[in-house]
Ligand binder design. Structure first.
Ligand SMILES: NC(=O)c1ccc[n+]([C@@H]2O[C@H](COP(=O)([O-])OP(=O)(O)OC[C@H]3O[C@@H](n4cnc5c(N)ncnc54)[C@H](O)[C@@H]3O)[C@@H](O)[C@H]2O)c1
Ligand SMILES: [Zn+2]
Length: 392
């Protein structure tokens, strides 16, 4: 995978630009350090209308006080809307309605832009609102968590939750741009919660390595231990941030390429992003969503690798490398659920087809395939093999 350096006139050291090629809906992902102060200028270059609405929450808003100044300086009329909770509860129909009403009170018009400033929660609910208000107005994603930078801000999925199901209502709606400043992650490394967020997000990064980018996988093998060690000891410095920038860039490129090949998940090619997730969704659901997503995905990848070994499509020594890397992140990786409990949940997964089990399985590091005729007996054996083992 090749990554072009940022081609803009005012090239800032090491800034990268990836284009997501989707014909008329193509857009750039810009990744770099200390980008946020130039947000206004960047948006100007996208030729957006005069009104912009920043959607964020209180905690994030106080972190980036200079953002509005940059936007005003570039000539934008700036509005702001704060989501109420600062967590998953913001992905509700109530918050969505509040946001729609705020948009209409300003009022935003067809030429206005929503700026989603925050993690995946902010991105998902503001994306949904932007995609539906006046049948769709411009959206720019400004992801401020690692998960949002490598995953949720890219690819155009938006959603809110229903009490009965996560991400049950949503749209496919591509942003006009994604603007990812790794400097924004600095504060996240400072407290325990932020560090947990990092660990969970790294599972998606390992996933990208496994499905399409062996170089990313090897970069993690070389550096992940060092990165988490320094995260425990001090705040993120120059070296850590350049590592993160490389990680975000390579991950974003993998996601962009996969999305390009199957924007709306029709051909099945986008399904490879679901590597580790068939098991993960079942584990999360069985735990009543107490198990964090990254822990579930880490365990899910180990289970998928084991399944692939037993089917003879993945070499044992490669599985050992995968398990070793996943464990180095330092998350708890155990569960007590039986195969009798997990299998029915897996058959009900959004991505299962007509109740048939369908798996994304590794063939090599950097290559996966989709398998829909996996013997149920093997799946059961694999689940039982790892049951109740603490795998930290
Ligand atoms: N649309 C997609 O394709 C997609 C993909 C994966 C996940 N998701 C969704 O993303 C959500 C999870 O996203 P997340 O992990 O980013 O969690 P999150 O959005 O809840 O953010 C985590 C916490 O960090 C805070 N925060 C964000 N940026 C900060 C910063 N720079 N400094 C300090 N605090 C900051 C947030 O306010 C929040 O409290 C889930 O709802 C999930 O369903 C969507
Ligand atoms: Zn995931």
């Amino acid at each position: 995978l090749r990554i072009a350096p940022y081609g803009g006139r005012k090239q800032v050291g090491g800034m990268k630009k990836i284009i997501v090629h989707l014909k008329k809906r193509s857009y750039p992902i810009v990744i770099g350090r200390n980008l946020l102060p130039s947000l206004g200028r960047f948006l100007k270059s996208l030729r957006l209308g005069p009104k912009v609405l920043i959607v964020t929450n209180l905690r994030i808003q106080t972190r980036f006080p200079k953002l509005k100044i940059s936007l005003r300086r570039a000539g934008f009329e700036v509005y702001q809307h704060l989501l109420s909770h600062g967590n998953e509860r913001d992905k509700s129909e109530r918050e969505l309605l509040r946001l729609w009403n705020a948009m209409s009170r300003i009022p935003l018009d067809r030429t206005s832009t929503v700026l989603a400033l925050g993690g995946g929660v902010v991105g998902d609910v503001s994306g949904f609102a932007a995609s539906t208000y006046m049948r769709g107005i411009s959206l720019v994603q400004i992801p401020t968590t690692l998960l949002a930078q490598v995953d949720s801000a890219i690819g155009g999925k938006t959603a809110i939750n229903l009490p009965s199901a996560k991400n049950a209502v949503g749209t496919f709606y591509q942003p006009k741009a994604v603007y990812a400043d790794v400097e924004a992650l600095k504060v996240l490394g400072k407290d325990r919660l932020g560090r947990e967020e990092f660990k969970n997000s790294f599972m998606e990064v390992i996933k990208y390595g496994m499905i399409r980018d062996i170089q990313l996988f090897e970069l993690l093998e070389r550096k992940i231990r060092w990165f988490f060690d320094s995260l425990e000891r001090k705040t993120l410095g120059r070296e850590e941030l350049s590592f993160l920038q490389a990680v975000v860039t390579r991950s974003a490129l993998v996601k962009a390429k996969v999305v390009e090949s199957d924007e709306k998940e029709v051909s099945g090619k986008r399904m490879i992003l679901n590597y580790g997730h068939t098991f993960a969704h079942a584990l999360e659901s069985a735990s009543k969503y107490k198990m964090p997503h990254g822990e579930a995905v880490g365990m899910g990848m180990i289970l998928a690798g084991e399944l692939a070994c037993r089917m003879g499509i993945f070499k044992r020594h490669l599985q050992l490398r995968q398990v070793y890397l996943v464990r180095q992140v330092g998350l708890r990786l155990g569960y007590r659920f039986s195969s009798a409990r997990l299998l029915p949940l897996m058959k009900r997964d959004k991505k299962a087809r007509a109740g048939k089990l369908c798996f994304v399985l590794p063939e090599k590091i950097g290559q996966v395939g989709v398998y829909d005729r996996v013997p149920e007996k093997l799946v059961r054996e694999v689940i039982e093999r790892y049951r109740s083992r603490g795998l930290r």
